[in-house]
Design a protein around this ligand. Structure first.
Ligand SMILES: *Cc1c(COP(=O)(O)O)cnc(C)c1O
Length: 354
C-alpha cells in the first residue's frame, strides 16, 4: 500500500462521540448548551456571499484587533487559527524541541498532547497529579533539563484549576528560555487566568478557544496570547502549513461574538450556577465530585466502574465521557447543560445506581 512510514506509525487522537444514530442528551464533549449570540445570527443572515470570492485576510487583522482590545494587549501579541487544536499543534511545532530535553505535561490531561508529540517526534515525560487529582506544578521543576511545559488550567478531564499564585511560582522557577504553554480552554467558567503574567514572563503563551464559553464549537476558532516573538513563530508555523486556516465567515463571526460580552457573561453565569447546583445534587446521591472551574464535572461513585455508568446512561439516551486509563477509570466526565438536562441526568443516576 502507498503509505508512508509516518502514517503507519501514527496514533491519532480519539475525539468524543458525535453519534448520528439517535437523539442523545449530549453531555460528553463540553459543548455549550446555549446558542451563540444573536449578533452571530444577524451576521450570518446579512452576510454577502460575494465576499467569499476572495481569499480571507491571512493575518486576521480585524479579529486580532478585537481580541487585543478585550485582553489589553497589542494585536502583535495575538494569534488566531482554525480551532485551538490547530493553535496547539503549531505551538508543539514552534516551541518544543526534544534535543533540549523532554516536554513535560501532567499524567492526566488533554489527551491530544501525546498525539502532537508523536506527530512531531517530540519526546515527553508526564508529571503525576496530586492524590486528590489536582495539578501539582512542583513536579515540573525537578525534571530539568526539559524543553518546555504544557498544561491545561482548568485541567481536563478533572476540571480542577490552580490559583494564579502557583502558576506564578512555576514561571519564577522555570528557565525563561523554555516555553510554558497554558491551555485555558475552560478559563471563562470561573478559573484564574495567567493573563496578568504575560507582562513579566516572555516565555509564557496562553491558548484559548471560542468552542466552549463562546458556544461556537462548530465554527473552529482558537487563539493564543503571548509576546510578539512567540506569536511571530506561530505565524511562521502556520504559513508553512496553510496560509488561510481561518475563513472569511469565521473571522467575521468571531468579531461579532466578541462584540456581545453581556450575552456571554449571562450564559457563562448560568452554566456556573447549574454546575454548582448539579454538583450538590450528585453529592446528595453519594457521588464523589472533584471541585470544578470548568463547564463539566468529573465524578465517581464507589463500587461502580465508570465504564458501567457510561454504558447504562447511553442506554438511557444520555452521553457522558469515560476515559479508560488507570487514574480516571472510576470516573465519568459530565458536561454541564441546561438545568433541565442536569435534572434528567440526576433522575437517571438516582434510578440506575441507588
Ligand atoms: C476542547 C479543548 C480544546 C479544543 O478546542 P477547539 O478550539 O475546539 O479545537 C483544546 N484544549 C482543551 C483542554 C480542550 O478541552
Amino acid at each position: 500500500m502507498a503509505l508512508s512510514q509516518r502514517i503507519r506509525k501514527l496514533k491519532p487522537y480519539v475525539a468524543g462521540e458525535q453519534p448520528q444514530d439517535r437523539v442523545y442528551l449530549k453531555l460528553n464533549t463540553n459543548e455549550n448548551p446555549y446558542p451563540p449570540s444573536a449578533k452571530v445570527q444577524d451576521a450570518l443572515r446579512t452576510f454577502d456571499s460575494e465576499r467569499l470570492r476572495l481569499y480571507p485576510d491571512p493575518l486576521c487583522r480585524g479579529l486580532r484587533r478585537r481580541l487585543a482590545e478585550k485582553y489589553g494587549l497589542s494585536p502583535e501579541e495575538v494569534f488566531v487559527s482554525n480551532g485551538s487544536d490547530e493553535v496547539l499543534s503549531f505551538c508543539f511545532y514552534a516551541f518544543f524541541d526534544s534535543t533540549e530535553g523532554k516536554l513535560l505535561f501532567p499524567e492526566v490531561t488533554y489527551s491530544f498532547y501525546p498525539v502532537y508529540c508523536d506527530y512531531y517526534g517530540i519526546a515527553f515525560e508526564t508529571v503525576p497529579l496530586s492524590p486528590s487529582l489536582s495539578l501539582d506544578l512542583r513536579g515540573f521543576l525537578g525534571k530539568n533539563p526539559s524543553c518546555g511545559i504544557i498544561f491545561a488550567n482548568p485541567n481536563t478531564p478533572t476540571g480542577t484549576c490552580l490559583p494564579l499564585g502557583e502558576v506564578t511560582r512555576l514561571l519564577q522557577n522555570y528557565p525563561p528560555s523554555k516555553a510554558v504553554v497554558i491551555d485555558e480552554a475552560y478559563i471563562d467558567f470561573g478559573g484564574e487566568s495567567a493573563l496578568p503574567l504575560l507582562s513579566d514572563f516572555s516565555n509564557l503563551l496562553i491558548v484559548r478557544t471560542f468552542s466552549k464559553s463562546m458556544s461556537l464549537a462548530g465554527l473552529r476558532l482558537g487563539f493564543a496570547m503571548g509576546r510578539k516573538e512567540l506569536i511571530q513563530a506561530l505565524f511562521a508555523a502556520k504559513d508553512a502549513f496553510n496560509s488561510y486556516p481561518v475563513n472569511t465567515l469565521t473571522q467575521l463571526i468571531g468579531e461579532m461574538a466578541l462584540s456581545d460580552e453581556p450575552y456571554y457573561n449571562a450564559i457563562t453565569g448560568k452554566i456556573i450556577a447549574t454546575r454548582e447546583r448539579f454538583s450538590k445534587a450528585l453529592l446528595g446521591l453519594g457521588w464523589h465530585v472533584l471541585p470544578s472551574k470548568a463547564n463539566f464535572v468529573f465524578a465517581s461513585k464507589k463500587g461502580i466502574p465508570g465504564k458501567k455508568v457510561y454504558s447504562k446512561l447511553k442506554e438511557a439516551g444520555i452521553l457522558v465521557r469515560h476515559f479508560d486509563k488507570e487514574r480516571t477509570r472510576d470516573f465519568i466526565r459530565i458536561t454541564i447543560g441546561k438545568d433541565e438536562d442536569m435534572d434528567r441526568l440526576i433522575d437517571s443516576l438516582a434510578n440506575l445506581f441507588s
